[in-house]
Design a protein around this ligand. Sequence first.
Ligand code: FES
Ligand SMILES: [Fe+2]
Length: 480
Amino acid sequence: MSVEITERKQSAEGEARCPGAPTTQEIIAADRVAAPGWVRSESYQYLGDEDISTDRYIEPQYARMEMERLWTRTWQFACREEHIPEVGDYYVYDIGPYSLIVTRVAKNEIRAYYNACLHRGTKLRASGTLGNASEFKCSFHGWSWNVDGSNRTVVCPWDFPHVDRKKFSLPQARVELLGGFVFINMDPDAPTLSEYLGPAAKAHIDAWKLEDRYVYLHVSKRLPANWKLAVEAFLEAYHVIQTHPQVAVSNGDANSQYDIYGEHVNRFISTLGVLSPHLYGKHTEQDILEQFTLGDSGSVTGTKRTLDDGRTAREVMAGMFRGMFEKATNTDLSKVSDSELLDCFSYTVFPSLFLFPGISLPMVYRFRPDPKDHRACIYEVLFLRPVPVDGKRPEPAEPVHLRDEQSFKEAEGMDPGFGAILDQDTDNLFLQQEGIEASAKRGLTLGNYQEIRVRHFERSVEKYVAMPPKRPDWERSRKR
Ligand code: FES
Ligand SMILES: [Fe+2]
């Protein structure tokens, strides 16, 4: 089916779209297997065109304010449920100076304890660790707590008549579950996770059924830039033609779609199997197909296919993907739309989680600031796969920690073409961090449409940083 481009009026601010190219919705409307409503909708909003001030990326003071105002109030992905399947399993989630022991206390109950002894403060479990516990015992003087958080031992209780053990349960942060993700929030006054996401975005995330997937590869790497620059490197497809020219032949980059939902969620849809508008007139449908199937990046089949009887590369690729993933996952994908199979969908849940729920490249990103260096952050990429049809959930992959100088291609299990793309994405970051510090211009200038997710993200950063500081509350976190 050929793609219909409708005439568009582009008068008001933010209404302009890549001229002469079909929109994402027009591309999807021409697909053979139609997409569901949450794919076939748009939610763009113009949010102004002022520069984004650069002090937020370069001032240590700004990073401190984020730590005590933003990270203490927002919902954050701590771990997947499959990281802690059994009672007593725990996973230590660290964010800046804060640390939480996320643990399963009953089959259907997960809690997050502040990771600090109530005697003289020693961490009960080392940061970044996970395991199974029958109690959380302090390594200094031996006080201990049961898995349900109640106090188990005060050594030499005769010396602590002022300690009421009933009141010495481990304080807790809030926990909510969504799509197999365990979210925490340190703010007793925060909205519920559903309210935080809003009904539209929550319905999208529910529809992808991410609880039916498991982590089969987990890679982490320290990046040499402020965490917000790292997040923003993945919020648009505007950089594709310059940063990833090898994929532009089969990626609708300049005509990708950008949506915002409330204050905490945004998304893009970037179509695959179509030519970049930057390359119109330079490549054929056959080139698109060959780049995708034989190209050195994202090579999926290694088999040369020839387009016949006027079919488009996108149509053929959707069929190939359907067959390939049906075989790999032993499932029936005949009703799954071409778009869900092929396209790159990216949702962000402010501040740190990216969901890429599409079938061809299902991933999760997490970004966290380096608490000791505001010019660095920790980036993680987790690849998800459908749980096998026999229902037996494989153990989640252990994280592979890459050293600063290592390529993503070196992570065992990483597709080399995709590793090269991540290297390209992250190689610019140090230049950008240094450039912002060197610049005579104190603001970043953004495109009205293609960079709306950057503006939306920074608006939320500003909103939280403008609030008064909020530290975890000892009294209220004990009363959960
Ligand atoms: S600091 Fe934990 S028992 Fe003393
Ligand atoms: Fe990129």
